[in-house]
Unconditional design. Structure first.
Length: 106
């Protein structure tokens, strides 16, 4: 993974995107472990909570699973899931739900 960050986007999102690209490119395959939170935080000199937030997004998107005492692993079917685009992107999940206002004029 690249070690440079874009100031225009939160680091956790950039980290999440990098992991997604690694899955799509076959660098990370089904059942492969993700690097530990501490390792990524130390290697990239970022807060472990930032790494955890990125990993949690991947869990929420059902691309990665937590295995108690073992770490995080790429889920079976994650690459196909990404290729099919059948999951909400972080940007889609962040869009506020707006109530429609009915402007009926009698």
């Amino acid at each position: 993974m690249a070690r440079e960050w874009n100031d225009g986007q939160p680091i956790y999102r950039q980290l999440r995107d990098r992991v997604v690209h690694m899955i799509l490119d076959g660098v990370l395959k089904e059942e492969d472990p993700l690097p530990s939170v501490r390792t990524v935080a130390a290697d990239y000199r970022i807060n472990p909570l930032t790494v955890l937030k990125a990993y949690q997004e991947l869990v929420d998107e059902e691309l990665v699973e937590k295995r108690r005492g073992l770490g995080m692993f790429v889920k079976r079917g994650a690459r196909e899931h990404l290729l099919n685009g059948d999951f909400p992107t972080p940007q889609q999940r962040d869009v506020p739900k707006r109530k429609r206002i009915n402007h009926d004029h009698d």
